[in-house]
Design a protein around this ligand. Structure first.
Ligand code: PMM
Length: 285
């Protein structure tokens, strides 16, 4: 297992854990829970104590079919949470497709920009991230959540997602983002069906090899796990009851060299990645 370091971030020596903090009323799995800023900050601090590395704060739901919120509303949701977590000593990532939100959160102390649109939703994003000089998570994306289901068409999904990510990686570096600060993400569930998600997970090492950049895996509680664990009537397992499967995928992704996993129940994942590291060649913390 090899671990690449991202310039500007600590060297974890193992897979990093991003704890999801969706400050939204409507995210598919944690919608509403973290909407009051105090609750989000409190949950984030608890996650840090449990060994989570990064708190990923987002103010716009990207569940399939979701409509966009305005910039002002997004800022109103995330800024107090970013400020509170930074004040508590947390390393904060902002999950946004908007350059303006990235800029204001960076000013408030966020140290990573996590853009599910890979720079496609806002033409200012790449330049802004280049100016800020922050690490950037560039996810594979084909379009906004409201109609991404119709874009889930692939021949060889691993090859096509890899090629599309390579194009965006080149565009990001052309715009001035330091390649050593870029993490790529196959974007599970975004314009992908369950088969595509499983294929991408099976193809993780191929993507790492072919793209030559570290990967973040964002599989937590997603639909493909609900479908896998459906009951006899075919009713998907509810989101909050998908954590054991989420943990299993996180451990395997970590053992295959994922740079990070992004999870909703991060305490267990924080333990799991440490166990995976200790089991691998060379051991770890
Ligand atoms: N998934 C969601 C939101 N943000 N960011 C990255 N980098 N990768 C993901 O897979 C990803 C993300 C949607 O899930 P959520 O509603 O549980 O946050």
């Amino acid at each position: 297992m090899t671990h690449q370091q991202i310039r500007g971030l600590p060297d974890y020596g193992r897979c990093a854990v991003f704890g999801v903090l969706n400050v939204t009323p409507d995210s598919f799995s944690d919608g509403g829970v973290n909407l009051p800023p105090d609750a989000a900050v409190e949950n984030g601090i608890a996650a840090l104590r449990a060994g989570v590395d990064v708190l990923d704060v987002g103010g716009e739901s990207t569940r399939p079919g979701a409509l966009r919120v305005g910039t002002e509303e997004e800022l109103r949701r995330v800024l107090p949470v970013v400020e509170g977590l930074v004040a508590a000593g947390g390393l904060v990532s902002v999950d946004t497709m908007r350059a303006e939100v990235a800029r204001q959160c960076a000013r408030a102390g966020a140290r990573i920009v996590n853009d599910v649109s890979g720079g496609l939703a806002d033409p200012e994003m790449f330049r802004t991230v280049a100016d800020l000089g922050l690490p950037y998570i560039l996810m594979h994306w084909r379009g906004h959540s409201v109609d991404m289901g119709s874009m889930a068409r692939y021949g060889d999904v691993v090859r096509e997602v890899g090629e599309e990510l390579a194009v965006r990686l080149a565009a990001a570096t052309d715009a001035g983002i330091d390649r050593e600060r870029i993490v790529l993400d196959p974007g599970l569930g975004f314009a992908k069906n369950a088969e595509h998600d499983w294929a991408l997970l099976r193809g993780q090492e191929r993507l790492q090899r072919e793209l030559g950049r570290p990967l973040l895996i964002g599989h937590s509680r997603k639909r493909f796990l609900g479908a896998l664990l459906a009951d006899e009537q075919g009713i998907p397992r509810p989101a909050a009851a998908r954590d054991a499967a989420t943990l299993a995928v996180a451990a395997v992704a970590a053992s295959r060299g994922a740079w990070a996993v992004r999870v909703h129940a991060p305490a267990a994942a924080a333990d799991a990645v440490r166990a995976v590291a200790a089991m691998s060649e060379g051991g770890a913390r």
